[in-house]
Design a protein around this ligand. Sequence first.
Ligand code: NAD
Ligand code: IPM
Ligand code: MN
Length: 331
Amino acid sequence: MSGAGSEKVAIVPGDGIGPEVVESALAVLDAAGASFEKVFLEIGLSRWKRTGVAMSEEDLQTLKECDCILFGAISTPSDPNYKSVLLRIRRELDLYANIRPFRSRDLDFIIVRENTEGLYSGLEELGAEESRTLRVVTRRGSERIAEKACDLAAGRRRLTVIHKSNVLKSDRLFLESCRAVASKRAVPCEDMLVDAAAYNLVINPKRFDVMVTTNLFGDILSDEAAGVIGSLGLCASANVGTRHALFEPIHGSAPDIAGKGIANPVGAIRSAAMMIQWLGEAEKAQRIEAAVQWALARGARTPDLGGSCRTAEVTEAVVENLRSSHTANLA
Ligand code: NAD
Ligand code: IPM
Ligand code: MN
């Protein structure tokens, strides 16, 4: 990745608060001096309601052709006629690793979530009296997510494999594969049953460092982790494969607060920082994180954090800090 401004980034604002937080993330990227070509795409439930199509084949092609994707959030109704486009994008672009860092004043851990198999296999039957969803775990899928988790564990304390192998045979394969990779990579590794992990995350979150787990457990544990560090609105993620990458806050479209101008933009801003880091601009990514911490420490907080700021005010605080640090660097 050159980082010289020649990249093409697909921008998918999505539904609900998605467009509100993506606008903030783009303002912050601009203030950090990150330049790239933007390709805006309307994908999601509002597009589906308007046209009957949530994402066209052409959109999918465009997503594949761009260097990466900045994503807001989309609404996914529990309607059997509506297929989640986010899951389709993750699958079609083979974004097998969902990396979710959680950071606060005294916590710093990462959930590495397998993103293409498990209970998200899409192999389902809906019946009037009985319905089934097939949980698929493969050795290849488990080994590649374990390799990614070991990459992230470099220079850190340890890997914790989270599973339910006392009940699920599929998780015996997951656990065995992760242990084998950790041993080959000489990464200190422990494992924990998912119910105990959910409990420990609340009572002793500091004991965790890099956690690796299957798709649905990772989804649930990451919202729990967001609660532990203070708000869903603070948390970012990278969905990466070998060729493509999509960056998005971990929260959804939050219809309860959409349009009110009070969504916390920090998760989207941190996702944008993860994106430019991935594009090779590590220094700009670090400046964005420092500006976020500066703004939060000075009370630029939306209501989810107990503050009274609006989305635009938090964004402005981050932007101001970046502009002044940039001027200071030039002086
Ligand atoms: P949600 O994450 O949208 O919201 C859960 C709660 O957290 C709500 O009370 C919301 O107001 C609050 N919240 C979320 N983000 C916030 C932010 N940035 N600032 C302040 N508060 C915030 O989950 P939900 O309500 O269960 O789902 C809403 C819709 O979003 C559903 O259709 C769901 O399928 C979809 N969803 C999409 C994604 C995605 O696109 N990546 C992720 C999760 C949920
Ligand atoms: C997430 C979301 C998605 C998931 C939904 C919207 C399909 O909850 O990214 O955490 O379950 O992966
Ligand atoms: Mn989720």
